[in-house]
Design a protein around this ligand. Structure first.
Ligand SMILES: NC(=O)C1=CN([C@@H]2O[C@H](COP(=O)(O)OP(=O)(O)OC[C@H]3O[C@@H](n4cnc5c(N)ncnc54)[C@H](OP(=O)(O)O)[C@@H]3O)[C@@H](O)[C@H]2O)C=CC1
Ligand SMILES: O=C(O)CCC(=O)C(=O)O
Length: 425
């Protein structure tokens, strides 16, 4: 039977339009001129590739993949690769633009890019995924490069895929080029602290926001959607700070414990059960996983997919603080409702920027041929995150705007100034 690609999800807000509506507000606050506006909004490069892959049963399937380079104004473009059956071009375009803004917010010398392949990694063997990753690398060999475009993990990918990518790239160059990709296994030049970096940044932003709101972490509760790389590390690090985690979730459901979930036990369970929480006994399965988002907690951390906080549920959210671990979890239409409710949102382009920050450290270490200690990585990453938070907070006060619009203002201002100094392209 011929394989049929799943249709892209259509019943959601377009993520690129969501990104643009925030961009437009920030551009207006800054009084951005038309020329710069047009340059900054347009992705520099969009590549679509089709890759025939021999499956383990001998059949051939053609997979569609994307790489969007949004901007190289600040430096080589940087951004993860997503393996998911729902990937589509406008999503990758939005994710690439968010990378540009994210790198600018944390003041690292990168532009933004993102990649994705329409596939379901949970139903593919390791050998099939390896062939696919190598084919994708070859298809994008002219795009990738340590001084051009540097990929990293995102949903559905991790150190294993980054290792294959590095190896395939290196073979075509006839030498080992480990700085072409970050998020690699440690033995291949990965950085200590990269695996937990995004979750750590979420924790650092949550702590900084709680301080502004006068919340005591040890008296606060949280719910975390998504228990993959970002969600599980954010949960673990918040738990270690004394925050009581009442709910966590993955694709198998949402799990609630009024007395607080033992996150170490949840992570141990997940690691022993193919990366899933299904059957975890330390919490009750919630009847509707969507209820996690509107549950009675102080802090909400969406750390799974886009567009989960929408006009359909925004008015029911009870948390005082939302810290966006995922990229684009809040639709632009929901922003107004959330703001009217007085909920503070630490936006994705700030809250989850700890990952790309430590990716930058990995790239720097690869180029130096030197390894930093975990303490050094953690201390530098936390300082960058704290400084970025304070800058965005001060900007929100100055312009009397939300933290989200303030983060866009900081980012767009930096990219626009750099563009002007460079004299245009
Ligand atoms: N990894 C990184 O360094 C960074 C990631 N991000 C963003 O963070 C988000 C998560 O990425 P990451 O943790 O790497 O991805 P992972 O693939 O490691 O984890 C994703 C998690 O979300 C769960 N999930 C998927 N769909 C749903 C859903 N509808 N409801 C609840 N849970 C769901 C998955 O469950 P299951 O495993 O059961 O399928 C899994 O637990 C993405 O938006 C990504 O772009 C942002 C910055 C950096
Ligand atoms: O680590 C990186 O370079 C990028 C991570 C990423 O894709 C993201 O921040 O969304």
């Amino acid at each position: 039977m011929a394989y049929k690609e799943p249709a892209p999800i259509k019943d959601k807000e377009n993520p690129f339009e969501s990104m643009m509506s925030r961009f437009n507000i920030a551009a207006e606050c800054l009084g951005l001129d038309d020329d710069t506006y047009n340059v900054l909004k347009s992705p520099a490069r969009q590549v679509i590739v089709n890759m025939p892959i021999t499956m383990d049963d001998g059949s051939v399937r053609v997979f569609e993949g994307f790489r969007v380079v949004h901007s190289t104004i600040l430096g080589p473009s940087k951004g993860g690769i997503r393996y998911d059956k729902g990937v589509f071009l406008d999503e990758v375009k939005a994710l690439a633009a968010w990378m540009t803004w994210k790198c600018a917010v944390v003041d690292i010398p990168y532009g933004g890019a993102k990649g994705g392949i329409i596939c379901d990694p949970t139903t593919m063997s390791a050998a099939e995924l390896e062939r696919l990753t190598r084919a994708y690398t070859l298809a994008l060999i002219d795009t990738f490069g340590p001084d051009q475009d540097i990929p990293a993990p995102d949903m559905g990918t991790g150190p294993r895929e980054m290792a294959w990518l590095m190896d395939e790239y290196s073979k075509t160059k006839g030498m080992t080029v480990n700085s072409v990709v970050t998020g690699k296994p440690l033995v291949l030049g990965g950085s200590l602290g990269r695996v937990e970096a995004t979750g750590r940044g979420v924790m650092v932003s949550a702590m900084a926001a709680m301080e502004k709101l006068g919340m005591d972490p040890t008296k606060s509760t949280a719910a975390i959607q998504g228990f993959g790389n970002v969600g599980s590390w954010a949960a673990k690090l918040l738990f270690d700070k004394g925050v009581k985690i009442l709910a966590v979730s993955d694709i198998t459901g949402a799990y609630w414990n009024e007395n607080g979930i033992d996150i170490d036990a949840a992570i141990e369970y997940k690691n022993a059960h193919k990366g899933r929480l299904e059957g975890f006994k330390g919490a009750e399965l919630m009847a509707d996983p969507g209820d996690l988002l509107t549950s009675k907690v102080d802090v909400l951390v969406p750390a799974a997919v886009e567009d989960v906080i929408t006009i359909a549920n925004a008015d029911k959210i009870q948390a005082r603080l939302i810290v966006e671990g995922a990229n684009g979890p809040t639709s632009a239409n929901a922003d107004k409702i959330i703001n009217e409710k007085g909920i503070m949102v630490v936006p994705d382009i700030l809250a989850n920027s700890g990952g790309v920050t430590v990716s930058y450290f990995e790239w720097v270490q690869n180029r130096l041929g030197y390894k930093w200690t975990l303490e050094l990585v953690t201390e530098r990453a936390e300082r960058i995150m704290t400084d970025a938070f304070e800058k965005v907070y001060a900007t929100s006060q100055k312009y009397n705007v939300t933290m989200r619009i303030a983060a866009y203002i900081v980012a767009i201002d930096k990219v626009a100034q750099t563009y002007k100094f460079r004299g245009g392209f």
